[in-house]
Design a binder for this molecule. Structure first.
Ligand SMILES: [Zn+2]
Ligand SMILES: [Zn+2]
Length: 346
C-alpha cells in the first residue's frame, strides 16, 4: 500500500535529471545578473509556489466555470458553497501568502538552510540512487509529519490554529492553503523542508519536491475526484492513468480529504496513516469511498480501495459497516458531529 514511496521517487529523480541542465543555466544567469544565492533561493521558491498555485488552482477554476468534467465533481450542499465574503478573504490571504509571507519566510529560512550544510545552488548532479533516496525520505517524512501535525491541531486546545482552514466546508483548489501562517509553517513547510535538509538534498530537489506536494494538495482540495476508472471510456482511462503517473496522484485522496472538510472526523492524512493510527473509523462507518459517493451523489461505481475492506483497524470506535447499516451509523454520527463541526480529534 505504500508503494508510492518507492515509485514516485523514480519519476521525480528522472525529472530532476532531465531539467538539471536548464536549471543550472538559469541559476548561472541569475548569478551573472548580480543576484546572490540567498536572493535566488527565496525568489525561486516563491516563483514555483505561485506558479503551481495559479496553474493548478486556475485549471480547477476553469473546469468549474466551463462546466466541463461535471461527472467528476463532488456534489455540494448549499451551505458548502463559499460566500462572497469568504472568497474575498481567500483572495487577500492568497496575496499575502504568495507575495509577503513566502518570500519573507524563505529569506529568513536560507541561513538555516546553509547552516546545516546544504549544497550550493549550483551543485553537481548526484547519483540516481542519491536523488531517489532523497525523494523517498522526503515522501515519508512529509506524510508522517503532516498527519501528526494535522491531527494535533484538531485537538481542542490547538484547534484555534486550524479553524481558519476549515472555514471551507466545501473545499476549492484555491483554498488549499487558506490557513493560519502558523499552521502552514508547522504542517506543510517544516515537514517538507526539514526532510530535504536532513538529506542535504540539492535545491533543485527541494523545488521539484515542493511542486509535487503542492499539486497534490491543490487536487485534494479541488472538489473533484477523477476516479473510479470503471465505466469510463478507454480514452478517459488512458488520460486519467497518465495524469496519475505524471502528478503522482492517488485515487480517492481528494474524496477522503473532502470528507475531512465536510465531516471533520478523522481522515487526517494518507490513508495508510489513518488506518494505522485508528482515525478512519468514521470514514469506514460511512462505507468508505462507496458510502461517501452515495452520500454526496457522486457518479461512482463500487471500486473501493483496499482500506475500506479492512476488517481490523486500531481505534476506539472502529466499526466496519457497509450498506444500510453504515448509512444508519453515518446518520447518527452526522447528527452528533454536525455538518460543519469545528473539531474532533478522531
Ligand atoms: Zn483538518
Ligand atoms: Zn484541507
Amino acid at each position: 500500500m505504500c508503494i508510492q514511496y518507492l515509485l514516485h521517487p523514480v519519476q521525480l529523480t528522472l525529472i530532476t535529471m532531465a531539467v538539471y541542465s536548464s536549471y543550472t543555466t538559469f541559476v548561472t544567469w541569475l548569478l551573472t545578473l548580480g543576484f546572490t544565492e540567498h536572493m535566488i533561493f527565496a525568489m525561486m521558491i516563491t516563483l514555483v509556489h505561485t506558479a503551481s498555485y495559479v496553474v493548478f488552482g486556475g485549471s480547477y477554476l476553469f473546469i468549474e466555470r466551463s462546466g466541463l468534467l461535471l461527472e467528476f465533481k463532488i456534489k455540494r450542499e448549499q451551505y458548502q458553497e463559499p460566500d462572497k465574503l469568504l472568497l474575498k478573504e481567500l483572495f487577500k490571504d492568497a496575496m499575502s501568502l504568495h507575495f509577503v509571507q513566502t518570500p519573507i519566510f524563505m529569506a529568513l529560512y536560507y541561513p538555516m538552510y546553509k547552516y546545516v550544510g546544504m549544497p550550493s545552488l549550483l551543485f553537481e548532479l548526484p547519483t540516481f540512487f542519491s536523488l531517489w533516496s532523497g525523494f523517498a525520505f522526503c515522501g515519508v517524512v512529509s506524510d508522517v509529519g503532516f498527519y501528526w501535525t494535522h491531527r494535533a491541531i484538531h485537538h481542542p486546545a490547538l484547534y484555534w490554529i486550524h479553524k481558519k482552514h476549515h472555514e471551507f466546508t466545501g473545499t476549492i483548489s484555491f483554498a488549499a492553503e487558506f490557513a493560519d501562517p502558523l499552521e502552514s509553517l508547522l504542517e506543510a513547510i517544516l515537514p517538507s523542508m526539514t526532510a530535504a535538509m536532513l538529506m542535504k538534498s540539492p535545491f533543485l530537489v527541494t523545488l521539484i519536491w515542493m511542486s509535487l506536494r503542492l499539486s497534490q494538495v491543490y487536487e485534494h482540495h479541488s472538489g473533484y475526484c477523477f476516479y473510479p476508472l470503471e465505466k469510463r471510456s478507454l480514452a478517459t482511462k488512458i488520460v486519467l492513468v497518465l495524469r496519475q503517473i505524471v502528478f503522482c496522484q492517488f485515487p480517492y485522496n481528494a474524496m477522503q480529504h473532502d470528507h475531512h472538510h465536510t465531516a471533520s472526523q478523522g481522515n487526517f492524512g494518507e490513508p495508510w496513516l489513518d488506518w494505522t493510527f485508528g482515525t478512519m473509523d468514521y470514514w469506514l462507518a460511512l462505507g468508505g469511498i462507496e458510502g461517501y459517493c452515495e452520500k454526496t451523489g457522486f457518479v461512482a461505481e463500487s471500486a473501493r480501495p483496499s482500506f475500506a475492506g479492512v476488517k481490523h483497524c486500531k481505534g476506539p470506535k472502529m466499526q466496519i459497516s457497509t450498506g444500510a447499516k453504515a448509512r444508519r451509523l453515518s446518520r447518527e454520527l452526522s447528527k452528533k458531529a454536525g455538518p460543519t463541526s469545528g473539531w474532533k480529534a478522531e
